[in-house]
Design a protein around this ligand. Structure first.
Ligand code: GDP
Length: 523
């Protein structure tokens, strides 16, 4: 197979990063609409026969209540297969979002045109930067009172230290927003329903086409001329390396600019990247299947108490029925029912390629961070575990249920709902979370799924750090000296629990040979 024909070249696996309210959900819906995923509810093949009609656009407006419940949504547009990985909107589930970002090859950063870069966007951007993930920027809500496009570009450059290259320019703003002008191709697209944009003979012609009120035209021509002359030209390599972001303007709600965006992904979006494993780099085009689990979701289907592990395929072909090796345990695992997810349905995946995300139903065999291969002993790195911000001691009123509780907590920890720390002195388990809502989720699930009424009490500790040292004897000395403050995590790695950050600093000062880590790779 020549590399240009390889199935991975068509794949685009990405996530949307945004501050709440910037329009992530609206944009997701519109992207799915393009891919036909919403109307067709999973019938990907049938999609090709359909023509997108005006009524499709009406449906989505009517259907606005739909909530996207799956963690991954697959859809097609032109020749490309998109895997959009959803990330939870709420900050309390930030660790889930960070893990999801380890499984994408690129991201769309949605910015509210009136608000610019907001706190959460900045944080998520930093996570992307750590992995040099290429970012495409979508400046949303241009149909509302918004900032000057130059201001927005400038803010991205200043706050994110990222070069910007506007690819489209808004035609008007607020009430007079009427479409987008493509600076590269000299074309105008009024709304997203317009599949083929209209070629124009430069900004003057675009302004004259009746889209702008007469009194705004000259100012707009000057603005676009300046944008063309003064802004950075788009540089594919710089984008792929994560140094430059192409910028698109639009309004997801009113169907402007989304088609420009999706076409950009077809044209420039990176296909699946090589992934770092402990022993070597794994290329997406290698023959043998490899992949890692970045997320586990339980109870997706309320009728079945199911548990789906989401596997990002990193290389080769995953075929239904194949046997894979679960590297953590060395045991074989049959993949009898891998699944693809669409907006509202799922379907058995007969085959999946690098970049695809498949759901693997299982009853607790797989955990976050697990690697599957066709036999090779390699472990993918980089599905991180973050030191929790909140620690709680678990209180169980019925002592007879201690064993059941232990199992349930272990399960939740394997799913990434919480982190579990078992104190060495045998005192009750401590759970750690990044956000308080995770405790609510845990409480609810323990009650409903395990009929375990538990309470959570503040722990004596507020800080947890993974400890290690080059010299195992030194680590043991530290552990011996702090018995009452040591716990072990799910992988049996030692953790130091400190009352507060002062006591942590104090110990770190005294024990120079000990490393206190706030982030741990899952493996
Ligand atoms: P999320 O929190 O980022 O998922 O944001 P949503 O997609 O839920 O959007 C937040 C609000 O902004 C909703 O009321 C949307 O209808 C609205 N919204 C989203 N996109 C646009 C847009 O392009 N223009 C306008 N005027 N409103 C928008």
């Amino acid at each position: 197979m020549s590399s240009a024909d390889h199935p991975v070249t068509k794949r685009r696996t990405f996530a949307i990063i945004a501050h709440p309210d910037a329009g992530k959900t609206t944009l997701t819906e519109k992207l799915l609409l393009f891919g036909g995923a919403i109307q067709l509810a999973g019938e990907v093949k049938a999609k090709k026969d359909r023509i997108q009609t005006r009524s499709d656009w009406m449906n989505i407006e009517r259907d606005r209540g739909i909530s996207v419940v799956t963690s991954v949504m697959t859809f097609e547009y032109k020749d490309c297969i998109f895997n959009l990985l959803d990330t939870p909107g709420h900050e309390d589930f930030a660790d889930d979002t960070y893990r999801t970002l380890t499984a994408v090859d690129s991201a769309v950063m949605v910015i509210d045109a009136a608000k610019g870069i907001e706190s959460r966007t900045l944080k998520l951007f930093e996570v992307c930067r750590m992995r040099d993930i290429p970012i495409v920027t979508f400046v949303n809500k241009m149909d509302r009172e918004s900032r000057d496009p130059y201001d927005i570009l400038d803010e991205i450059e200043q706050k994110l230290a990222l070069d910007t290259a506007p690819i489209t320019w808004p035609i008007g703003r607020g009430k007079s927003f009427a479409g987008t002008y493509n600076l590269q191709t000299n074309t105008v697209r009024r709304r997203d329903e317009e599949e083929v944009p209209t070629p124009v003979n430069g900004p003057e012609a675009a302004a004259a086409s009746g889209l702008l009120p007469e009194n705004e035209r000259q100012a707009w021509i000057d603005e676009v001329t300046l944008a063309r002359d003064a802004c950075n030209p788009f540089d594919l390599q710089s984008f792929r390396e994560g140094h430059m972001t192409p910028v698109y303007f639009g309004s997801a709600l009113r169907n402007y600019g989304v088609r420009d965006l999706i076409e950009a992904f077809c044209d420039y979006g990176p296909s699946p990247r090589a992934q770092d494993a402990d022993t070597r780099k794994v290329e997406a085009t290698e023959d043998k299947m490899t992949g890692f689990v970045f997320k586990i979701q339980a109870n997706m289907d309320p009728n079945h108490r199911d548990r789906i592990a989401f596997l990002r395929v990193c290389s080769g072909k995953l075929s239904r029925g194949m046997k894979a090796k679960l590297v953590r345990t060395g045991k074989p695992m049959g993949l009898s029912a891998p699944q693809f997810f669409f907006a509202r349905s799922r379907q058995i995946a007969d085959e999946a390629w690098a970049g695809d995300v498949v759901g693997i139903p299982n009853h607790g065999t797989l955990r976050i961070g697990d690697t599957l291969t066709e036999g090779e002993d390699l472990l993918f790195r980089g599905v991180p575990n973050f030191a929790p911000e909140i620690l709680r001691r678990v209180r169980l009123d019925d002592a007879m249920k201690a064993k059941k509780l232990r199992e349930a907590l272990q399960q939740m920890a394997e799913e990434g709902v919480v982190q579990l720390f078992l104190p060495d002195d045998g005192s009750p388990a401590i759970v750690g979370v990044v956000g308080a809502l995770q405790i609510d989720v845990l409480t609810e699930r323990l009650k409903v799924e395990y009929t375990l009424p538990v309470g959570f009490e503040p722990a004596r500790f507020t800080v947890a750090r993974w400890i290690s040292a080059d010299d195992p004897a030194e680590l043991q000395r530290f552990i011996n000296a702090h018995r009452a403050d040591i716990a072990h995590d799910l992988d049996n790695d030692p953790v130091f629990l400190a009352q507060n950050s002062f006591s942590l600093s104090y110990e770190a000062e005294r024990w120079k040979a000990i490393r206190f880590a706030a982030i741990k790779d899952y493996q």
